[in-house]
Every structure is written in C-alpha cells, then in structure tokens.
Write a protein that binds this ligand. Structure first.
Ligand code: COA
Length: 371
C-alpha cells in the first residue's frame, strides 16, 4: 500500500477548479481571480456567484443573486419555531451546529442543488443572529432589504445598521474566508457528500472540523493572546515565555503557506484602517516578536502569520464578541462549502482512504468466559 505523510500532508485528493492555494509563493485565487483583485473590488455576493457558477457576475453586486439571497435569508415562521428547540444560552458555535442541522429537512436529498446551496449561504447568518438575539432575550429584527448579505448579518447581530467602513471590512473578511482549497472542514464536507449524503449533513460535519484551534477555532485565542500580552513592550517576553512552555502561538503557522498568508497581509491593511490604534500596536509587536522567534527556533518549519491573526483584530474592530469569531468564519465559508458540495457531486466517487494497520497480528484467541 502506498504510504503518505502524517496528516495527509502533500496528498492530492483529486481535482478542483475552485481555489488555487500557492503555498510557496503566498498566492490565493478563486477560479483564476487573485484574492488581491477580489478583496478591494468584489462583493461577497459576487464571490458566491464566482464560486458556485465559475464566472463572475456581469455586474457586481449581482442583482438577481443578491435578490435571491435577500429573499432566502428570511426565516419562515415554521423554521423559526423548529429552531426554538435549541435552548438559549449555549456558546454560539455549539448552538450553530444544532441550528444548521435543523435547517435541513428530509427534502434536502443528494445531490445538492444550487437552491440548497443558496439557502445554506443565506439562512446561516440569520439563524445564528436570531439565536444570539434570543439568547439575550431580544426579538428578531425586521429585515432591512437595502442591506447586502454581510452588512445585514452585522446589523442583525448588533441591532444597528453598521457604518459603511465596518460593513465593508467584514465583507472583505468574508470574501477572504469564502474558500480555501482542501482545508479540513471542506474535506470533511466532501467526504460526507461523497457517500451521497445531503448538503446539510456535509455542512454540519464541516462546522465540527472548523471548530478546532488548528482550523477555525484560533481567532478568539488570538484575541486572548493579545489581551495577555497587554502592551507592545511586553510582546517579546511573552512570546519567549509561551514558546518556552512549548505552547503554539495562535495565528501563526499554516499547513499550506510556507511564506506569509496573503490574507494576513490584506487583513492587516484593513486592521490599520479600522482597529483601535493601541490594539494594533500590540498586534504588530506580537507579529514581529512571533515571526522572529519562530524563525530563530524553527527556521525549517517556515512559520509565518496566518489568516486568523489579523482576522481576529478585524472581527474585534467591527464589534463582534469573541464567541462569534468562529461562527462568523463559518458564515463566510458556507459559500465554499456549497461550491465544493456541488463540485464533488458532479464527479463523485466515494472518498474512502486506506490505513496502514499496526495492531497485533490476526489469530488471537478470545478469553474463555467463566463457567
Ligand atoms: N507556534 C509554535 N510552533 C508551531 C506553530 C505555532 N503557531 N505552528 C507550528 N509549529 C511548530 C510545531 O510545534 C511543529 O514542531 P514539532 O515538529 O517540533 O512538533 C512544527 O512547527 C510543524 O507543525 P505541525 O503541527 O506539524 O504543522 P501543521 O501543518 O500540521 O499545522 C497549524 C498547521 C495551523 C495547525 C499550526 O501551525 C498551528 O497549530 N498553528 C496555531 C493555531 C492556528 O493559528 N490555527 C489557525 C490555522 S489557519
């Protein structure tokens, strides 16, 4: 049997025409559009169009798709009632796992359809925001049709129409997080779809994979780290002490990128525009100290900033509490999940790898039961 690196490193699962992650050079593009081209120009809706149908919309934001997402984001009464089965007060990510699963119904059969994909993308932010409001005793807000997909999500969470700069910053974050090749959550989803199971089951599996700190669970820990560092002057000492305790620095290192994650570069620019200057100074000091220390201690590992580092600073600056950082990542990633589910189903074969057995040789005898 062919063997592979632990963690399936460098293993090629198959073909995909969605996203190119060029880890050695720090490149990222969706269907041939560089992330540096998309972030300043595209809308999130435009990126959904690109990922799902392979081409950019004729005009961005796409009128028809935006209207469709707007319609689909409204949660019908019966579905809202079903969602009430999830008790208030859970950590939002735990709640989201159950809410997502309730979003599906027996009609959501394999193969996934575009309509189901759009429903997943449109309704995920609404059901999350409505849950967060219900947990703090607040009623759902009336829809504001003039707000785009991401601005509307922020409005539902904060209860206020967000200032344009904050709404756009979150939209740019969501564009950057919309897809990322064969990341762990997408792999989990594609395994589920490959068994001819439904899209929601795939999304629930994906969310479970996203939760861990090695994937999407890191940004709140980045914010905790910045709190613990406290001042720029303390960064070097704190980083040395953390690495001395064999801890991992959150927001550093990536399986694919062996240079700076291009999203980290773009998010830093956004953070410079909207973050609290003091917070930014601490983040920049931790970045400098972290990159220098990791370079000194583990040069061969080539560890740089990843998307979560300045992602956390941006999410904080747009006013989101840390328990919503990973759920917001998931909201952004629904576009990639829907597109990967579609791609998997269009040329499907069961994903079922092998494993090298290292247990005892067969032929052992079972202990006799007492007479
Ligand atoms: N801080 C300190 N050391 C790190 C590190 C970090 N953030 N990331 C990797 N390393 C070290 C590991 O300790 C390991 O050393 P070892 O061989 O002595 O154990 C080496 O670099 C390789 O790490 P490995 O875990 O094999 O790399 P990976 O590709 O499997 O992991 C991550 C990638 C993202 C899971 C990893 O870099 C990490 O844990 N980062 C921190 C969490 C984070 O930012 N998550 C968000 C990811 S987008």
């Amino acid at each position: 049997m062919a063997t592979s690196g632990k963690g399936l490193e460098h293993v090629v699962l198959g073909d995909s025409s969605l996203t190119l992650v060029a880890g050695e050079t720090g490149g990222l593009s969706y269907r041939g559009f560089d992330i540096g081209e998309l972030v300043p120009r595209a809308s999130y809706e435009g990126v959904v169009h690109l990922l799902l149908w392979g081409e950019p919309p004729a005009r961005d934001p796409p009128e028809r798709l935006s209207a469709e997402l707007r319609e689909r984001r409204i949660v019908p009464h019966a579905l809202a009632r079903r969602m009430e089965a999830v008790p208030p007060g859970l950590p939002p990510l735990e709640a989201m796992r159950s809410l997502l699963s309730l979003l599906g119904s027996p009609e959501w059969r394999y193969p996934p359809t575009d309509e189901q994909g759009l429903d997943l993308i449109a309704k995920t932010p609404t059901i999350l925001a409505q849950y967060v409001r219900r947990s703090s005793g607040r009623a759902p807000l009336p829809d504001r049709p003039e707000l785009g997909h991401v601005a509307h999500f922020l409005y539902q969470l904060t209860g206020e129409v967000p200032p344009a700069a904050k709404a756009r910053a979150l939209e740019q974050y969501c564009i950057m997080l919309a897809d990322h090749g064969m990341n762990a959550s997408t792999f989990a989803l594609r395994i589920v779809i490959s068994t001819q199971s439904d899209l929601i089951s795939g999304a629930v599996a994906a969310l479970g994979a996203l939760k861990g700190p090695a994937h999407g669970g890191a940004p709140s820990k980045v914010a905790d780290m910045l709190d613990a560092v406290g001042t720029p002057e303390n960064a070097e000492r704190w980083v040395e002490a953390a690495l001395g305790r064999k801890e991992r620095l959150m927001g550093f290192g990536h399986r694919a990128y062996k240079t700076e994650d291009p999203r980290a570069v773009l998010l830093k620019q956004i953070a410079k525009e909207i973050a609290d200057p003091e917070r930014l100074r601490v983040a920049e000091a931790v970045e400098r100290a972290g990159v220098a220390a990791l370079q000194r201690k583990r040069p061969e590992a080539r560890l740089f900033l990843n998307v979560e580092f300045y992602g956390a600073v941006v999410l904080e600056a747009v006013g989101l509490p840390r328990e919503l950082f990973t759920p917001t990542f998931a909201v952004a990633r629904t576009a990639g999940w829907a597109a990967h589910a579609k791609e998997q189903s269009q040329d499907n074969r069961l994903i079922r790898p092998d494993v090298r057995y290292t247990g005892p040789a067969p032929g052992r005898g079972w202990p006799a039961s007492p007479a």
